[in-house]
Design a protein. Structure first.
Ligand code: GTP
Ligand code: MG
Length: 151
């Protein structure tokens, strides 16, 4: 099954939104296969956001991501990469639909509380950057047969 990397940024952690965010993925039917809380170094943040290094906000973004605890997670499920981005909403919370995480819980682009991988390649790279293979837990949940059509 597909896996994606999701992180609650320091603003989401400081605002007490960990449970709210985890709950939205969990209730949807996605499965949590890795989770930890870490304060990334600035160098680590630069690696995570390397695609954006030419952007004017890159330095501030990396300072912010490394400014406090981040909850790093891997979620698994059919279509979780693309649908995870839907649950999160548009990058700019002013443009995120109500009902999405950023639409409901954030106001400005530089404090949009959550990150989600934007495709299969970045998901693979980000999972490998944030987690060692032994931190990923494969298991069957009893709910799966009620979430998927299995015989
Ligand atoms: P992530 O899931 O965090 O990767 O967001 P995204 O994929 O929706 O957007 P993108 O990868 O393009 O940008 C990464 C992060 O940079 C965003 O989540 C924002 O926090 C920040 N960002 C993007 N555009 C801007 C901007 O114009 N100004 C500022 N201050 N931050 C920005
Ligand atoms: Mg992105």
């Amino acid at each position: 099954l597909e896996r994606t990397f999701i992180a609650i940024k320091p603003d989401g952690v400081q605002r007490g939104l960990i449970a709210e965010i985890v709950s939205r993925f969990e209730r949807k039917g996605f499965k949590l296969v890795a989770i930890k809380i870490v304060v990334p170094s600035k160098e680590f943040a630069q690696k995570h956001y390397h695609d954006l290094k030419e952007r004017p906000f890159f330095n501030g973004l990396c300072d912010f991501l490394s400014s406090g605890p981040v909850v790093a997670m891997v979620w698994e499920g059919e279509g979780v990469i693309k649908y995870g981005r839907k649950l999160i909403g548009a990058t700019d919370p002013q443009k995120s639909e109500p009902g999405t995480i950023r639409g409901d819980l954030a106001v400005v682009v530089g404090r949009n509380i959550i990150h989600g991988s934007d495709g299969p390649e970045t998901a693979k790279d980000e999972i490998a950057l944030w987690f060692s293979p032994s931190e990923l837990v494969s298991y069957t949940s009893n709910a799966e047969k009620w979430i998927y059509e299995v015989n």
